[in-house]
Design a protein around this ligand. Structure first.
Ligand code: UD1
Length: 441
């Protein structure tokens, strides 16, 4: 007999109670058609560096459309520890900063989000010293920070790395420098912008990252009084100013959440509308879904996703992840979930992170046909996925498992929900409002 989702939820809950384990899981009854409209949350990857930037300011910043995520919450905790007032009211975050009163960030706060490394440049510039624990690797790769440190040294910082801690000092302040990045690292570009905004002189970054979140950070800083030119292009010029004030700023929409929702519509053969989208930010994403047979109609900040006329997705041939404006590595996992049910073979080449196929083993448990080797994944589309108990081990992999669960036959139980919650605000609610049968237990 087919179990109803609620019955399954009760069974899982009873099991959790009996075994004394308290973890969240998502229970998805697959093959429900989605429909309707979903608003896209603010971008996590904009919110995090902008929150770090507030330590450079003296005054009040009001950040609208700030997503309510565990990673954002960790940044708010760091801000409070550093002596700023930071509070949330709905999707608005208010930060009152009068310069920082300390220069260290404890290990337990650093570990709450890998992105806390972006506080390095900001705290160093604001306090003349920054002492924080080394971020180390994470679920998706080694994630070195050599480019951040080399740039800060060029700007006059003295950097010591001991016993897992980074101690950076700039006793005479930071100075402008000519920094040529060997790779357009997003985090390094942000750290340099934060360090350079109030440095003495002009900093030029060549081969800078061009992601929309870089432009959003520059927009925020410029509203606060910084002089940053060229954000969004390969060369960024930062003319250091003496002081920065606060400002009101609306965080841009999250293009990766938009891409994930498109993948969810694509796998369920559904027509949905996304509200609050900047179409140009999806420049590399939409053509790949068009290759798969989806079509889009764009109107102002809305995007209607229309599934393939024949129902089944076509294979997408080769998908290469690249720095922006190329196809984003963060959208690889949700797209790969869609490729598992396409009518043919799609090859993925992951060029950004070395360990970004961990979700594929779980998708295989659901009946997907995927072979991976190094940066390659070959996905042979199957007629259908089957629900299974799967475990997420990273943020975007978690989103891929949810997308797969939405189109699988039967029940899918996704554990490791804490990863999803780092980047997707109330995702199960967003999906259930679109008609998915999904519950958190
Ligand atoms: C940011 C995003 C992340 C996204 C990634 C790539 C945030 C909070 N996170 O991460 O979601 O997947 O960009 O678009 O914005 N590298 C080095 N040395 C360094 C720095 C980076 O070798 O000093 C390498 C990394 O190991 C990786 C590649 O460069 O292989 C890209 O990293 P980077 O662009 O820095 O990504 P993050 O800023 O960590």
């Amino acid at each position: 007999m087919k179990q109803t989702p609620n019955l399954l939820a009760v069974i899982v809950w009873t099991k959790i109670e009996k075994e004394g384990v308290c973890v969240s899981k998502l229970i998805i009854a697959g093959r429900q058609r989605l429909g309707g409209t979903a608003a896209v949350q603010g971008a996590k990857n904009s919110a995090l560096p902008i929150l770090a930037a507030t330590v450079l300011t003296k005054g009040e910043s009001v950040l609208y459309h700030c997503p309510d995520l565990s990673d954002v919450d960790a940044s708010l905790q760091i801000l409070r520890y550093l002596g700023c007032k930071a509070q949330r009211s709905g999707s608005t975050v208010l930060v009152q900063s009068d310069g920082v009163c300390r220069h260290d960030i404890p290990d337990e706060l650093m570990r709450k989000t890998r992105s806390s490394i972006v506080f390095l440049g900001a705290v160093l510039a604001a306090a003349g010293r920054a002492r924080l624990s080394f971020p180390g690797g994470c679920e998706i790769g080694l994630r070195p920070i050599d480019l951040h440190l080399k740039a800060l040294r060029q700007m006059g910082a003295i950097v010591r790395e001991r016993h897992g801690w980074l101690d950076c000092r700039a006793p005479h302040g930071l100075r402008g420098a000519e920094i040529a990045l060997p790779f357009p690292s997003v985090g390094a570009t942000e750290d340099i912008m934060l360090a350079a905004a109030t440095a003495n002189g002009v900093t030029t970054v060549t081969n800078a990252a061009r992601e929309p979140e870089i432009t959003d950070l520059a927009d925020y800083l410029n509203k606060c009084g910084a002089r940053i030119h060229g954000a969004g292009e390969s060369t960024i010029v930062i003319d250091g100013v003496k002081t920065l004030g606060g400002c009101d700023h609306a965080i841009i929409p999250d293009r990766i959440v938009a891409a994930t929702l498109i993948a969810c519509a694509a796998v369920t053969n559904s027509e949905i509308t996304l509200k609050g989208v900047i179409h140009s930010h999806l420049g590399a994403v939409l053509p790949v879904f068009e290759d798969a047979g989806c079509s889009f109609s764009a109107f102002e900040n809305e995007l209607r996703v229309i599934p393939p006329a024949g129902g089944r997705l076509r294979p997408m041939k080769i998908v290469r992840t690249m720095p922006y404006p190329g196809f984003p590595t963060d959208a690889q996992a949700p797209l790969l979930a869609a490729a598992t049910v396409a009518g043919g073979t799609t090859v993925f080449i992951e060029n950004i992170f070395e360990n970004r196929y961990r979700h594929t083993a779980e998708l295989v448990r659901m009946g997907a046909d995927i072979k991976t080797e190094g940066k390659f994944a070959v996905v042979d589309g199957v007629d259908r996925l089957y629900g299974a108990a799967v475990e997420a081990t990273d943020l975007r992999g978690a989103a891929a498992l949810v997308a797969a669960g939405l189109c699988a036959e039967g029940m899918t139980e996704v554990s490791g929900v804490k990863y999803l919650e780092r980047g997707y605000e109330n995702f199960e609610l967003v999906l259930s409002q679109l008609g998915a049968d999904i519950h958190k237990v």
